[in-house]
Design a binder for this molecule. Structure first.
Ligand SMILES: Nc1nc2c(ncn2[C@@H]2O[C@H](COP(=O)(O)OP(=O)(O)OP(=O)(O)O)[C@@H](O)[C@H]2O)c(=O)[nH]1
Ligand SMILES: [Mg+2]
Length: 420
């Protein structure tokens, strides 16, 4: 049983954390950008989170999860944009968008990648025959290539990644890195000591869109081995992106492990102080700055909510990554070594980049693409989604990781909410 003094101590600790967040959280949003006229982004929009709530974080977790359930249970069908491009009668004669399926994968993941490809083909690609790009820092084996070819309807490109680009730069201070990895491991950050994981996160953040093969493409659909896809798609999702001027499409949004991104936001603020003009006036700032549901995360991540679009599924326009704001910023991030001294993931990097430098109205929530990557599933109440339980998002103890409701509450216009 908890004794009364301990209860009081807990209450005091909670009050201290909340008051610190209010002071530090707001300051870290406003601090750097006060360095000039930069703090004012456009009109009255500032890089400061101004929503307040009298509820406890736990109450907000419950409320947000309930809202998520309600949203996912609403019957939906397809986007009502009126311009969906239907499957052609002959996919081989079809004038496809400039797009590819994309996966970074190891030879040993062949079984898992085939499992996912079979589903993507059945639900979508057998109707359109988009090509696939397979990336690996090791050469793909003949067995890998031959097996894959049996399961895909589109052209295949098996590509190596230049080792000099994949491996960690020589500028990384190995002693500092070792100490940092020990620290991250002590804080239970997953894959803290796995250098290949850091390489992967950095590659997907900073480099993949410049791979010589990918330069011929504009849009990609990223997938991961072992994910399950549930919904039939009867329209061309790449043409949907193009015709509706979308830059980034996601399905699931989550909080991140705060210790993995402690300095991502402060470094970004340093960059923005030099490049205030890169900020998009209609950015998704609230999503990035929210501090109500998991205030300890925003505190430890120095002002960043840690909310991100889960990048193991994404459909996006690589011209955004290739643009000056994103590429200057990620190159700056890379120069700080944070991919190795911390464990910055590509998901928070993509999300912070797109949230700051792109119009939030160009970000699309694909509610009609249901998929699962352990331990999260997105399953809408959509007749085309089969084999998943509607609104069954995750285990009870992980409900506080849901960040989709923030996207819904803070960033989506009424038009976007009613698009399905
Ligand atoms: N070629 C190659 N691919 C990798 C490497 N590490 C990860 N990947 C791929 O990069 C993607 C993300 O890696 P995962 O290990 O799934 O990362 P994660 O999703 O954060 O972790 P899990 O929850 O364990 O799945 C997957 O498509 C992997 O196949 C690597 O060292 N080499
Ligand atoms: Mg994975």
């Amino acid at each position: 049983m908890v004794s009364i003094p301990r209860k009081i101590a807990r209450l005091l600790a909670f009050a201290l954390i909340v008051s610190t967040i209010i002071l530090v959280g707001v300051n870290s949003g406003g601090w750097n950008l006060q360095a000039g006229s930069n703090s004012r982004v456009s009109g009255d929009r500032k890089l400061v989170f101004s929503h307040k709530s009298a509820k406890t974080p736990q109450q907000i977790v419950e409320e947000n999860y309930k809202t998520l359930q309600e949203i996912l249970k609403r019957p939906i069908h397809e986007p009502k944009t009126g311009n969906l491009v239907r499957p052609p009668s002959d996919p081989d004669q079809y004038d496809r968008a400039n797009a590819t399926m994309l996966v970074l994968v190891r030879n040993r993941e062949l079984g898992q990648v085939v499992r996912t490809i079979k589903q993507i083909e059945a639900k979508f690609n057998r109707k359109f025959h988009y090509p696939y790009v397979f990336l690996n820092e090791e050469p793909f084996t003949e067995r890998f290539k031959e097996t894959i070819k049996k399961h895909v309807s589109g052209k295949t490109y098996f590509e190596s990644i230049d080792k000099a680009i994949w491996e960690q730069p020589e500028s990384i201070n190995v002693q500092r890195q070792d100490e940092a990895m020990q620290q991250l491991e002590a804080e239970n950050v997953g894959y803290a000591k796995l250098v290949s994981y850091h390489n992967m996160c950095r590659y997907y953040s900073v480099n993949f869109y410049n791979h010589p093969r990918l330069q011929q493409f504009r849009y990609y659909w990223r997938f991961e081995p072992g994910t399950d896809y549930y919904c039939d798609l009867d329209y061309d999702v790449f043409k949907f992106m193009e015709m509706n001027k979308k830059t980034y499409g996601f399905v699931i949004a989550l909080y991140d492990v705060e210790q993995s991104v402690k300095t991502l936001w402060p470094r970004t603020m340093e960059f923005l102080a030099e490049h205030p003009d890169y900020l998009h006036p209609n950015g998704a700032y609230d999503f990035l700055l929210e501090n109500l549901q998991n205030p300890h995360k925003t505190l430890i991540a120095n002002g960043y909510s840690t909310c991100h679009f889960w990048s193991n599924f994404e459909i996006a326009d690589m011209d955004f990554y290739r643009s000056k704001p994103y590429s200057d910023w990620v190159n700056f991030l890379d120069s700080t070594g944070g991919f190795y001294y911390e464990r910055w993931g590509d998901a928070p990097v993509h999300s912070v980049g797109i949230g700051l430098f792109e119009d939030r109205d160009k970000i699309h929530w694909f509610r009609d693409i249901g998929y699962k990557h352990q331990p999260y599933t997105l399953c809408s109440n959509c007749p085309s989604c089969k084999g998943c339980k509607t609104a069954d998002f995750t285990y009870k103890h992980l409900r506080d990781q849901n960040c989709l409701t923030n996207w819904w509450n803070y960033e989506m216009s009424e038009e976007q909410k009613n698009i399905y």
